[in-house]
Design a protein around this ligand. Structure first.
Ligand SMILES: [Zn+2]
Length: 302
């Protein structure tokens, strides 16, 4: 018999012997990778007028889906490609990343509940048909539990309450300040980001146990202790817009490298006839389905 099956049976027998512990309902934990929600207005700015998202797969919360479409997000120090869009379109554009992602972007997004983006960090979004700079919208999502009113009654918790969640396994952790979100539309599930999941070894069917948060008054309120994000320097915003514009439209001359090809946002790269194209750039272009078009120019700038 599989070792895991044996362990499961042993655990069940022990918990039955212990009585009430067997009855405790656990919370399935799901991991939210970096993703974004777009307003219809922003969706069209990135993908073209009248654009509608196409569904890749349904998510556990009813009506929510992962779209086939992805975008690139750009911060002051770096960018992240293939950021999944979750549908349907919302009233406000919001990008959710982990703290590790934020370091890569060079941004300092605050820890927030989904939807609470006022004064959050700025971010530039790049799609196939355009790019937009959002003054706010980048957050790190607060760990939370979706549940129905029946579940809330069962766990004796209220919407907006913060609880602790114990997670066992080979690296047990107790999460604090986990927000309870109640709606008749919700299915019981806790959502953590990839940093939290990796730190706790959360995979497949990991579950947690709700604990009332002790000494709640002693907890640092959510909004304190968080550094306010520094203002996004205008030059940085302009610079990222310039780089993106160049990647989209410029005519290359001199030397075309693999990096230039990787930065290309179109399916065609226009280069001056005199341009030296590295073999790696050529291979990468082929792999990415980007055609290289040679044209005659006078004094094209790299
Ligand atoms: Zn959620």
């Amino acid at each position: 018999m599989d070792q895991r099956v044996i362990e499961k049976i042993v655990a069940e027998v022990i918990s039955r012997l212990q009585g009430s512990a067997a009855k405790e309902r656990t919370i399935p934990i799901a991991v939210s990778a970096r993703h974004c929600h777009l307003s219809q207005h922003d969706l069209e700015a990135l993908f073209g007028a009248g654009y509608e998202l196409t569904k890749k797969k349904d998510l556990s919360q009813p009506g929510q889906f992962a779209a086939n479409e992805t975008i690139t997000i750009v911060g002051p120090r770096g960018s992240l490609e293939n950021v999944r869009i979750l549908g349907p379109a919302r009233s406000l554009t919001q990008v959710e990343v982990s703290r590790t992602d934020a370091v890569k972007l060079g941004s300092k997004p605050p820890l927030r509940q989904s939807g609470d983006i006022n004064g959050s960090a700025p971010i530039t979004l790049v799609g196939p048909k355009g790019s937009i700079y959002k003054k706010a919208g980048l957050i790190i999502a607060q760990a939370h539990i979706h549940m129905s009113p029946d579940d809330a009654a069962e766990f004796a918790v209220n919407n907006g309450e913060y609880v602790s969640v114990e997670v066992g396994g080979q690296r047990p952790v107790t999460f604090g300040n986990v927000l309870i979100r109640v709606s008749p539309r919700y299915q019981l599930e806790m959502h953590v980001d990839t940093d939290e999941a990796n730190a706790t070894w959360i995979e497949g069917n990991t579950c947690g146990r709700i604990r009332k948060q002790k000494d709640r008054d002693h907890l640092v309120p959510l909004e304190t202790g968080i550094e306010t994000p520094p203002p996004f320097p205008a030059e940085t915003a302009k610079e990222s817009a310039r780089i993106l514009e160049k990647a989209k439209t410029s005519i290359f001359s001199g030397l075309l490298t693999q990096r230039d090809v990787q930065n290309c946002l179109n399916d065609e790269l226009v280069v001056d006839k005199q341009t030296i194209i590295t073999p790696l750039a050529r291979d990468t272009a082929r792999e990415m389905g980007i055609s290289i078009k040679m044209i005659e120019t006078k004094g094209a700038k790299k």
